[in-house]
Design a protein around this ligand. Structure first.
Ligand SMILES: Cc1cc2nc3c(=O)[nH]c(=O)nc-3n(C[C@H](O)[C@H](O)[C@H](O)COP(=O)(O)OP(=O)(O)OC[C@H]3O[C@@H](n4cnc5c(N)ncnc54)[C@H](O)[C@@H]3O)c2cc1C
Length: 500
């Protein structure tokens, strides 16, 4: 979109959906200037695929303009010696994979479960996480460039001294650091970011095991120690309950619809050879480290769980052989291959299958996009102190509340580090049924209240529920309020996004 098109678009604002697609910084500034002059507000998104957290819908329904930055630059510069990637909002996981692959750069895309169309910058700005070694995506951010609501530019501190190269190498700069005020906030339009990528390992060892409800606490305690000792040599470790595993495997909820009764789950568990919890993780690092960690995990989990498997990515050839097929069926093999490519940083649509657990869309017609497939999803995503007693209270409470709302608790617990477990639960419902919408929204609010009571809270909140969080604060005492009033006196930029 050129200057003339932006202007025409802004001149013709209709009442509902006005989307502008700036292609460079001066067009972003033009929209900012226009909004300040006319007291219009706008909502910037990079790809706008923030599924389960509001997609590209503005956090304030009165916002007139969505600024879609997907036509801005993608890769701007890549320092292949150091793995430092400078890029714009146009970069999706898929585009980054193609760039690295085409140029034979052995670096990993920081993949999430949201597939190739999800955005690298948008996900980092929402503080998203994945499972490759730098799974906390904010952690990898080194520097930023931002258009502020008054049209001026913010750059990380070394850049202000003319040392933008140094900024890309050193995360904190010198003096007060303001980079992180632009995450989960509404203080600016980020148009450039530098992140650190991790090299693709030659080999990865994946481990899986099954654990009963009774053994979960013992297993978590052992894994906590392992994670604390081996840190980033181990991926985020996922524990998924039966219902979550079933959702990844099939559309079992098509028949059940609401909360699936325990006796039915028992049958499905048998059919799909599942335990109460399935655990999946990966070991990265050189051969010696991989085999040490494997030994340590085996020792730590002696007597805990069943179906323990350690599969090395180079053994996938063996698994493909006749001998391998004796142990692993071809469907499992396909999934193992897919899991390895995700763990090696290749984005995949496979995790998006989760959204189809209540749907009868045939595989060949799936668009792997909840909006295009008309599937409503809300993510409930609390972070939990790594204490088995709190995790027990959380899981029991979740089951009780979901049962009360006749909804299916498809729980994942991700061990992020020795201090924190992040849980994600999708709430799937029919958006054309007002009763279902109301039920899903009341369920989310009930979950928030319950979690607050037991000392946990989401790390990220869907736009429609952000006021639940803000209303709990003494808003005018917050630094967010004070900064917003100074930086954006006309409140043009994403009003209500994690704020009032
Ligand atoms: C099945 C499924 C699996 C998922 N798995 C994961 C997962 O593993 N991890 C995860 O984190 N999420 C996951 N998600 C949630 C979500 O889809 C992803 O986080 C996705 O990356 C967010 O959308 P996006 O990348 O297009 O970002 P965007 O929608 O472009 O950005 C997100 C928000 O950030 C702000 N923003 C974006 N760009 C800018 C900018 N340039 N300047 C200022 N503000 C900006 C906006 O407020 C925007 O709404 C999943 C969703 C589904 C349905």
């Amino acid at each position: 979109m050129n200057k003339v098109t932006i202007k025409r678009c802004l001149d013709n604002l209709s009442s509902s959906k006005n989307i502008v697609y700036p292609v460079n910084v001066s067009e972003i500034k033009e929209v900012v200037e226009y909004c300040n002059l006319n007291t219009y507000s706008f909502y910037p998104v990079s790809s706008g695929n923030n599924w389960g957290y509001g997609s590209s819908f503005p956090s304030d329904e009165k916002t007139q303009i969505v600024m879609n930055l997907s036509k801005m630059p993608d890769v701007i510069k890549f320092d292949a010696d150091e793995g430092l990637l400078t890029f714009g909002p146009g970069l999706t996981q898929g585009k980054l994979y193609d760039f690295l692959h085409t140029n034979s750069y052995a670096y990993m895309v920081p993949v999430t479960g949201a597939g190739p169309e999800a955005n690298i910058m948008g996900n980092a700005l929402e503080r998203g996480f994945g499972i490759t070694p730098i799974h906390d995506h904010v952690e990898s951010v080194h520097s930023l460039k931002v258009v502020l609501p008054d049209g001026s530019i913010y750059e990380s501190t070394f850049s202000q001294l003319g040392l933008s190269n140094l900024d890309k190498h050193h995360k904190w700069g010198v003096g007060a650091n303001f980079d992180y005020i632009f995450f989960q906030s509404n203080f600016g339009v980020v148009y450039e970011m530098t992140i650190k990528l991790e090299r693709t390992p030659d080999k990865i060892m994946m481990f899986t095991l099954s654990v009963s409800e009774d053994a979960r606490a013992a297993c978590l305690l052992q894994l906590k120690e392992i994670k604390e000792t081996y840190k980033n040599f181990i991926s985020g470790i996922n524990l998924m309950n039966t219902r979550r595993m079933l959702a990844m495997k099939s559309n079992y909820l098509l028949e059940e619809q609401g909360y699936c009764p325990e006796d039915r789950i028992k049958v499905l568990k048998k059919t799909h050879k599942l335990e109460d919890w399935t655990i999946i993780g990966a070991i990265y690092g050189p051969k010696g480290i991989r085999s040490t960690i494997k030994k340590e995990i085996k020792k730590a989990l002696k007597g805990i769980g069943t179906k323990k498997r350690f599969i090395s990515s180079n053994n996938i050839i063996l698994n493909n052989s006749k001998l391998g097929k004796l142990f692993i069926d071809s469907e499992d093999l396909k999934k193992i291959n897919e899991a390895f490519s995700i763990l090696k940083g290749k984005p995949s649509r496979y995790p998006l299958n989760l959204i189809y657990s209540r749907s009868n869309i045939p595989d060949e017609n799936k668009k792997h996009n909840p909006l295009k497939d008309n599937i409503a999803i809300i993510w409930f995503a609390p972070v939990i102190p790594y204490k088995v007693s709190i995790i027990k209270t959380y899981v029991e409470g979740i089951y009780n509340i979901f049962k009360e709302f006749d909804m299916e608790p498809m729980i994942t617990l991700t061990i992020q580090n020795e201090n924190v477990i992040a849980s994600t639960i999708p709430i799937l419902f029919e958006k054309t049924e007002p009763k279902e919408v109301d039920n899903a929204h009341t369920l989310y609010r009930t979950l928030l209240d319950f979690c607050l009571q037991i000392g946990i809270y989401p790390y990220r909140i869907p736009t429609v529920f952000q006021n639940e969080y803000v209303d709990k604060l003494n808003w005018e005492d917050t630094i967010t309020y004070k900064l917003k009033a100074k930086l954006d006196p006309n409140n043009i930029l994403a009003p209500n996004r994690y704020s009032k």
